[in-house]
Design a protein around this ligand. Structure first.
Ligand SMILES: Nc1ncnc2c1ncn2[C@@H]1O[C@H](COP(=O)(O)OP(=O)(O)OP(=O)(O)O)[C@@H](O)[C@H]1O
Length: 624
């Protein structure tokens, strides 16, 4: 940024670090795309450059009243970078949702107008469905009518809202709350259509860096690129990422090819993380997808890779995986392989982690809906916050007789014991007694029955212990199991997803809550992206992966591609085999020393034949 002499760079800076630092010169910023393979040091560069800016250019940033924005994909990455920058206020480090919300929140009237339009569109879509359906009193029509009415109610209340909110932390129902999808859609629209918004954005954040940008919502990305093109001399966008590490949909699929030609494109070709054998393997996994091939670093180890093929019918997976760790110890001469704690077992796919962690019942339906997936992975929607922050703690407090906590939660989550409840104001003692009776009755049920989430919420709602958020309420009224496959076709997808999730038993919901609070011990793709481990055991198991997004059997040649897969590939569209291949790339590229891949398959011979023909040597394949 300041005119700096080469010698001022610390010795650990590489050429790309230096280039990127120069791109961030506030007087003539350059936008850039740093797309490079796994382990090439993208995150390291991001942090290096920011630390250097902090050291040398802070005054300049403060004088202009602006800040450098850094957007990360997960809260964990966000905290890590904030920490590295010592929480310096000149940097605004946030996830994409908070960033988008901070940008749009002062524009109450525009938010109102946007919502008005969006709700009106959704209402007329539902109206159309109701109109078309033959049986106007059938369950589907009734459900859709309820959903329409709920949206209509929201629409009618919109004029009365003085300030909109996003992600209320307590999970208390708020009529003015916006959801994830709305916030991103609004930010994209406002940036694209308003010159004022672009000026505000670029004045406040002349530099905007986005990590894992391959996964950033495509509409928002297009909006930011448009803003950059309109403000080339005063606004730089810096994108970090790797198209091969794109896992979930929603990103800009042509991000690497569709950018303006004046953008800089620094390259990082060395993999500093993986040993030589793993670098060759991951090069081969991506060779027919793009031409981004890596070199191992000079000091890299040789490394060891094994593929263990296991018949999927075998039941005792725990035992099998223990014996594989013992084999790896013998093969690598690395004693640590037999210490389960020292081996990172990557299930990576969330659905698979859900299965192993015991929360698939609740998580699966929500994660398979693309609009809900983001919030369910982070636990951030209003409905999920209500469940995690109020329903579960209240259940626990009731079961363990924690009276103070019970009162606190009821006060937080309902109006029952508040001044707005006239019954409570008139006869508080009677009201408290009623609460006590409700709780006693419910405790008995909780201890003696296996209740579903729906039953628990229904009880809390009926007895007034908690006020259920409006959006969740619309999903509560009918049980999804009463709809036939055909009828479900006509329902809103979000309703089906919630209808199924609400049927989950409480332990599954509790395990989900542990998982997103990172206390469950099951690592997943988003958890490990950017991380690295000496010994990696990658478990590929379609049976427990739920299979709606990934299919290892297809990747490994045990199952033929479907006609849809072939059509998608022929049309240049994304497909299950391609997504699975990218996931496989992410898994393998976490290994620093040795890698055991465990493939559970229904066709071991086919997997072996395919493995030897493609990515593995004969002596690297072990049949179990
Ligand atoms: N120039 C370098 N010299 C030495 N080590 C490096 C260098 N660059 C990166 N590394 C090391 O390589 C590993 C991978 O770096 P980093 O996590 O930044 O890569 P990445 O490109 O962000 O990875 P991924 O895309 O796989 O998450 C880290 O341990 C990092 O410290």
């Amino acid at each position: 940024m300041t005119d700096i002499n080469e010698d001022n760079f610390p010795p650990h800076f590489d050429d790309v670090d230096k280039d990127i630092y120069h791109f961030l010169n506030l007087d003539s910023p350059s936008s850039f795309l740093l797309f490079a393979g796994a382990g090439s040091g993208k995150t390291r560069t991001l942090v290096n450059v920011l630390e250097h800016v902090k050291k040398h250019d802070l005054n300049r940033i403060i004088d202009t009243g602006s800040r450098i924005a850094v957007i990360t994909y997960t809260n964990a990455a966000c905290n890590e970078i904030k920490h590295r920058l010592q929480f310096d206020p000149a940097f605004s480090v946030s996830t994409i949702h908070s960033f988008a919300w901070d940008l749009i929140k002062p524009f109450t009237e525009d938010i109102r107008e946007f919502l008005r339009q969006r709700l009106a569109d959704q209402i007329s879509e539902l109206q159309e469905k109701i109109y078309k359906v033959r049986d106007k009193n059938g369950k589907t029509a009734v459900k859709n009518a309820k959903s329409r009415d709920s949206k209509q109610r929201r629409l009618e209340q919109i004029d009365r809202i003085t300030d909109f909110s996003y992600s209320p932390t307590a999970g208390k129902p708020e009529r003015d709350a916006l959801n994830h999808v709305e916030v991103i859609a609004m930010a994209s629209e406002f940036i694209v259509s308003s010159a004022l918004m672009q000026t505000l954005l670029t004045n406040k954040f002349p530099i905007l860096l986005i990590d894992e940008s391959q996964d950033t919502d495509k509409n928002l990305m297009n909006a930011l690129i448009a803003a950059q093109q309109n403000n080339q001399n005063k606004f730089a966008l810096g994108l970090f990422g790797d198209m091969m590490q794109r896992i979930y949909g929603g990103g800009k699929e042509d991000l690497d090819t569709g950018l303006p030609s004046d953008w800089k494109r620094p390259a990082k070709l060395i993999n500093y993380r993986c040993p030589k054998r793993v670098v060759t393997l991951i090069n081969n996994i991506r060779v027919d997808i793009d031409d981004m091939q890596q070199e191992p670093s000079k000091s890299s180890l040789e490394g060891i890779v094994r593929l263990f093929i296991v018949n999927a019918q075998q039941k005792d997976k725990h035992q099998i995986e223990a014996s594989i760790r013992a084999s790896m110890r013998d093969i690598t001469n690395d004693e640590m392989w037999v210490d389960a704690e020292s081996v990172k077992c990557l299930t990576l796919e969330h659905a698979m982690a859900a299965d192993r962690g015991g929360f698939a019942e609740f998580f699966g339906p929500l994660a398979s809906n693309s609009d809900l997936r983001d919030s369910v992975l982070n636990g951030t929607s209003q409905e999920l916050k209500f469940i995690i922050n109020l329903v579960l703690p209240l259940v626990e407090a009731i079961v363990s007789d924690k009276h103070f906590e019970i009162t606190r939660l009821i006060k937080l989550g309902s109006t029952m014991m508040s001044s707005s409840n006239t019954d409570f104001v008139r006869e508080p003692i009677k009201c408290i007694k009623k609460v006590d009776t409700s709780i006693e009755k419910f405790k008995f049920k909780l201890i003696n029955e296996e209740l579903t989430l729906r039953e628990v919420i229904e009880y809390f709602s009926r007895s007034g212990l908690l006020d259920v958020p409006e959006r969740l309420n619309t999903h509560m009224d009918t049980d999804i199991s009463s709809f036939s496959e055909e009828e479900r076709e006509e329902l809103e997808k979000e309703y089906i997803a919630w209808g199924l999730a609400l049927r989950a038993k409480m332990p599954s919901v509790k395990s989900y809550s542990n998982y997103i609070n990172e206390s469950s011990g099951f690592a997943t793709h988003q958890g490990v992206k950017g991380l690295e481990f000496d010994r990696v055991m990658a478990v590929l198991d379609d049976d427990s992966a739920g299979g709606f997004l990934f299919k290892y059997e297809k990747l490994l040649g045990a199952e033929p591609l479907s006609s849809t897969d072939m059509k998608n590939e022929a049309d240049g569209k994304d497909s299950t085999p391609l997504r699975t291949r990218r996931l496989f790339y992410v898994i393998c590229s976490r290994a620093e020393k040795s890698l055991a891949i465990v493939a559970y398959t229904n066709n071991p011979e086919a997997v072996k034949a395919n493995a030897i023909q493609s990515w593995f040597k004969d002596n690297e394949v072990v049949m179990l």
